[in-house]
Design a protein around this ligand. Sequence first.
Ligand SMILES: Nc1ncnc2c1ncn2[C@@H]1O[C@H](COP(=O)(O)OP(=O)(O)OP(=O)(O)O)[C@@H](O)[C@H]1O
Ligand SMILES: [Mg+2]
Length: 674
Amino acid sequence: MNRAQEEAVHYLDGPCLVLAGAGSGKTRVITRKIAYLIQECGYSARHIYALTFTNKAAAEMAHRLESLLGRSASRGLTISTFHSLGVRFLREEAQALGLKRGFSILDGQDAMGLIQAIVQTTDRARLKHLQQVISLWKNAAVDPDQAAVLAQKSGEIDASRVYYSYQATLKAYQAVDFDDLILLPLRLLSENQEVRARWQSRVRYLLVDEYQDTNACQYQLLRELTGPRSMFTAVGDDDQAIYGWRGATVENLARLREDYPDLHLIKLEQNYRSSQTILAAANRVIEANPKLFDKRLWSEHGVGDPITVTRMDNDQMEAQSVAVRLSAARFEKQAKWQDFAILYRSNQQARVIEQALRDLRIPYTVSGGQSFFEKQEIRDVLAYLRLIANDDDDPAFIRAATTPRRGIGQASLHALGEYAGQHQVSLMQAAQSDSLGQILQPKQLDAVQGFVHFIRIFQTRADKPGHIEPVDKLLDELLANVGYENHLFDTASDDRSAQSKWQNVLDLVDWLKSKAQERDHGLAGLVQHVALVTMLDRQQDEDPDAVKLSTLHASKGLEFPHVYLVGVEEGLLPHLGREDDLTVDDDVQALANRIQEERRLMYVGITRAQRSLHLTWCSRRRRARQDRVCELSRFVAEMGLVSNKTVEDPANGLSPAKRLDMLKDLLASKKKAV
Ligand SMILES: Nc1ncnc2c1ncn2[C@@H]1O[C@H](COP(=O)(O)OP(=O)(O)OP(=O)(O)O)[C@@H](O)[C@H]1O
Ligand SMILES: [Mg+2]
């Protein structure tokens, strides 16, 4: 630890903010401070709460602390994301909030479906816009009534009405969305003196990593949890704020200073991660953004490898070339696969890269891709579990009742829905009504009652105490009784795709079982946990020696000896003009803000690299079903590289087959040379 880091670790006289650039040891300060609190200051682990940006980062930090402190001393520590902490809070305080403990957590897709049901439109852009507006309101702690007052333009008034129905529906479903995981705890803490006192005496010290990406609600939550004692340390870097589009606001940094006049500000200036060359390029890029806080960053590392910029003909070629170069570099540097990362701006770029890596049998893991949990088959199985945990979860009811088909069709659902609406009950309750015979045909009635009976059996079993064994057995029996495997083979286009879907389901079950054991929570807790595993946490498999493929967003906080940043083109990085993303409100200022956020993303990307950084771009790329001519990203010029030139990939212009031959020759010659 250097002096500034020591200071940050030891400072306990009040709130503390560590504001520093990438790779300066902020995350390390958090880990060390937790150890210091426990080992030297007599804090008990259960009074320390650390908040990280992803569940994966939390797991890593917990792991590191376990090796620093030993198992028993670190037991009871809370290291989690804001959202996971929110779930835990809601479970414990469910009663005070009028929620059942098995409440459902709706993900983005469910929430979108709900909005769609309210506004009755299939216009995706409109739905997305509504969802975004509602989410921004919720992140700013604005409730539907307040939104109605605030709304001025006709679009906003419309959205505030939808927001109102949306909240009412969530309540009826005994469900919460992601934003509620922060908003509801916040409400309860600020309104309920008893709850507040209890939590404030629990949270004796709070630490927050990646503070620059918290939103207004999360900031308020920090305030409520720490209370007047305000014992917390937040670390962050305003130049790495990349979630503005999700309502995160860098202003929280400025607010912290206003709200806590005694805030102790510490700056870290030494970078321990990157070579001089990489650091210099990163500093130059970020200089083009307006500065909120003055920061300098220097490194004792050597000059290191020069940064390369290579032009490729197209994205396929880019993928192949990067794959080959990366293998060659691994030989040359005697490195491991895990020393390499390929980073990109948008998820769609991953597919060709994966293909190229597979062709060369290079092991890789993907993070930040389409979530495993968004796959149809996974959502199907989870719908059953959700319904068993919470039978007011109507979206889960509809999905489970109709997958596989069991004679409950649109007509039955419609009748049930009408009954449920009239009597203000959930679909599951409607399905158990005595008067069902009057609204359904005998055959429909049989099907509905059979389904209800089926779910009830599992509900009774899941509710028994001593959960671990039951969850295990329950899952196997549930799948067998549902006949899900047969369903997949009956409905999939071919056996291979059915097989791969079934494998996904089996993976899910294994994963659920391991989680159930790890956390010792029953079905309800398990299902809630699943909902929290977000895109950013996903790891395709656990092979530790593998090349890491990641979006720039998901690469935050990580570091790799060698980084390939692909698709460094105008339009892609900076990412602009995704058609369905543009709203009428887009004006010059909004555009400028967007470029600045993209520049921070570029800064995040560059600063992941420790020893070498390679940028590639394509002169043509297929995007949005069109073959487009591309230009080199403005960010490359800003990096001010010594040889400010793009190198041509030698394989440019060749046919795909010749190209691959040539690249393979290149690889072979490197191997020979070593
Ligand atoms: N005092 C130190 N001595 C040696 N290595 C250090 C020191 N402080 C930090 N490091 C190392 O520097 C690297 C970057 O540290 P860390 O990840 O904590 O930085 P960070 O500020 O959190 O970066 P980011 O902004 O990207 O999240 C890590 O490998 C860490 O172990
Ligand atoms: Mg960090």
